[in-house]
Design a protein around this ligand. Structure first.
Ligand code: DC
Length: 212
């Protein structure tokens, strides 16, 4: 099988930044799988539908096109909320499974999400489970919003992270759990560089160092 690096963990733990850097380092394509759920939610909203309705959301997931992932309106509270709703629907998750698996099948890939190591690629070459305290994740998300010029309240951002954690852990379809063979990486006290360095250490047994 091609090399698959699975990176799972809760919102704003640093998965995306880490996944991009690992992909560049190992010369693998990267897929942010959260975008699939965001784009599905966005399609439903565009059509005036309800993201919590299973039939509507599953049809939107099946109709997803690669271009949808490049849309500029996939971040922000509305898309966030719609994504969390569609992500709880089993038929949506099933519809997005093929896309994720075929993305990694030929060349290998780094994929980040919530269920990559448990469901999408249970046989991944290497799996990381990236976490950080709620306070650290709230701070990060808040800083990201500030950097994008979006006014936001730190308390409210942190409360939303807490709510997303509860939703992701409680949902019946693919709840967020650490795969038994995933290596834990707590980024609470690590910046992006230190997180990357630690990840390379953790992965070195399974992936070695890349050919340069
Ligand atoms: O990582 P993110 O915030 O962009 O994810 C958006 C939503 O999709 C979030 O509610 C979690 C969900 N998601 C999921 O259920 N499974 C994945 N593999 C990726 C994201």
């Amino acid at each position: 099988m091609s090399r698959i690096i699975a990176i799972d963990g809760p919102a704003a733990a640093g998965k995306g930044t880490l996944a991009k850097r690992l992909a560049a380092h190992f010369g693998l394509p990267h897929l942010d799988t959260g975008l699939l759920y965001r784009a599905t939610g966005r399609r439903v909203l565009d059509a005036g539908g309800n993201p919590a309705d299973p039939a509507t959301a599953a049809a939107a997931a099946r109709a997803l096109q690669p271009d949808d992932l490049a849309r500029a309106d996939l971040r922000g509270p509305e898309a966030d909320n719609a994504a969390a709703q569609v992500a709880a629907i089993p038929a949506v998750r099933a519809a997005l499974l093929d896309f994720q698996r075929s993305f990694g099948r030929t060349q290998g890939a780094v994929l980040d999400g919530r269920d990559i190591g448990t469901i999408v690629f249970p046989d991944a070459t290497a799996k990381l489970f990236v976490t950080a305290s709620v306070a650290a994740r709230g701070q990060r998300r808040w800083r990201e919003l500030q950097a994008r010029g979006v006014a936001a309240d730190l308390e409210a951002v942190t409360a939303l992270i807490r709510e997303r954690d509860a939703q992701a852990a409680a949902r019946a379809a693919a709840p967020l759990v650490q795969a038994p063979d995933a290596l834990p990486l707590d980024t609470t006290d690590l910046d992006a560089d230190a997180t990357f360095a630690r990840a390379l250490e953790l992965l070195s047994d399974r992936l070695g160092t890349p050919a340069r």
